[in-house]
Design a protein around this ligand. Structure first.
Ligand SMILES: *Cc1c(COP(=O)(O)O)cnc(C)c1O
Length: 376
């Protein structure tokens, strides 16, 4: 009996062909396919600008530079997130200030952010945790009148909807991940979207060493000495390759089918899990998730989670502990300024169930039976 993993990316021959064509073209670094992927992604999320980068972590770093974050600035983040969210603030010498989350969605709310705002708050990173859209507008109404910026960490959220529009598309700045643990994957990779053209131009320069003219544009202009670039600020090498973008273009076309299948399988979990279904993450009022992570809270009186995971593993089901909490990890231990009860509840008592495009109903039935058994 083979083990059912928690996640498998949905990749196929089309992606392999697209990557091979990029290699055969001879242009493998950032070039025409990256530009095409950016246009297609911007159109998909409904944002005027998209800038492809090497990961969501680097996207968040650039987004916070764009938001003007520097030493001494405070940026409110959920502790309940992959640690990259908090780390991006630390890269710039800023202070990540942890806010608690809504226990149903795992996301920040105006009510959890308000208590940790200070005169030094420059930004809030609103995470769409597990692909559940955060109520971005409620945070913007709270933060923007105070001069702060809300950056959306939409790492998990490509394909989720916020007020009937793709998550991230309306944000001032949003950052996405294309790591294989998310839906759309390019191996490694990320994307920034934003509303402002000048900001987009600056982000493009920052991802490429601060160069005023990109290497691809210089090449297109005939190369040589006809276009001389300048370096006006310290930049980075956060470029995506054309091989990744070629894969991304195929994956973007498959994204609606990925979301539909995941939502179908999540609904089937809900229908078959009995009373446990009420403890499963669900759509918020303001949107619909892509079920990047299908998590549930273990019931009171259930065995310890480590025990549940061990029992599942024995039955050939690879579930995962729930979302991590950054304030419990070494770099941020002891820095939380307010109690984070919902964060700690979710991080200690949640379980992520296997959910992926090619999961069969038979496999899903095995997961459900194993879970029932493990909770006895
Ligand atoms: C995965 C993830 C990231 C990091 O994405 P990478 O592309 O791996 O750098 C950041 N934030 C959240 C919320 C994530 O889930």
């Amino acid at each position: 009996m083979s083990t059912i993993p928690v996640m498998i990316p949905w990749l196929g021959e089309e992606e392999a062909q697209a990557a091979a064509e990029a290699v055969r073209s001879g242009w493998v670094a950032q070039g025409p396919r990256v530009a095409e992927f950016e246009r297609a992604f911007a159109e998909y999320v409904g944002a005027p600008h998209a800038v492809a980068v090497s990961s969501c972590t680097t996207a968040l770093h650039l987004a916070l530079i764009g938001a003007g974050i520097g030493p001494g600035d405070e940026v409110v983040v959920p502790s309940l997130s992959f640690i990259a969210t908090a780390n991006a603030v630390a890269y710039l010498g800023g202070t990540p200030v942890f806010a608690d989350v809504d226990p149903a969605s795992g996301n920040l709310t105006a009510g959890t952010v308000e208590p940790v705002l200070t005169d030094r708050t420059k930004a809030v990173i609103a995470v769409d945790q597990g692909g559940v859209p955060v109520d971005l507008d409620a945070l913007r109404v709270l933060v923007e009148p105070r001069g702060g910026v809300v950056v959306e960490d939409a790492a998990c959220a490509a394909g989720a909807l916020y007020r009937d529009r793709p998550a991230g598309g309306t944000a001032q700045i949003a950052a996405y991940s294309f790591h294989p643990r998310k839906l759309l994957t390019t191996g490694e990779g990320g994307m920034l979207t934003c509303q402002d053209g000048e900001l987009a131009a600056r982000l493009r320069r920052l991802r490429e060493h601060g160069m005023s003219v990109s290497a691809a544009d210089r090449h297109a202009a005939g190369g040589g000495a006809s276009v001389v670039e300048t370096y006006d600020e310290v930049g980075y090498n956060y470029r995506m390759t054309d091989i990744q973008a070629a894969i991304g273009l195929v994956q973007l076309g498959k994204l609606p089918a990925m979301v539909a299948r995941r939502r179908e399988l999540a609904a089937r979990y809900r229908a078959l899990l009995g009373p446990l279904a009420e403890r499963m993450v669900t759509d918020p009022e303001h949107g619909s998730g892509n079920y990047q992570s299908c998590w549930l809270l273990l019931p009171e009186g259930a065995p310890d989670r480590t025990e549940v995971l061990a029992r599942l593993a024995e039955a050939g089901v690879s579930a995962r502990r729930g979302i991590m909490a950054a304030h419990l990890e070494a770099p941020y231990k002891g820095t939380a300024r307010v109690p984070l009860p919902a964060t700690e509840l979710i991080t200690h008592r949640s379980l992520i169930l296997p959910l992926y495009h090619s999961l069969t109903e038979e496999q899903q039935d095995r997961v459900i039976a194993a879970l029932r058994e493990a909770l006895r």
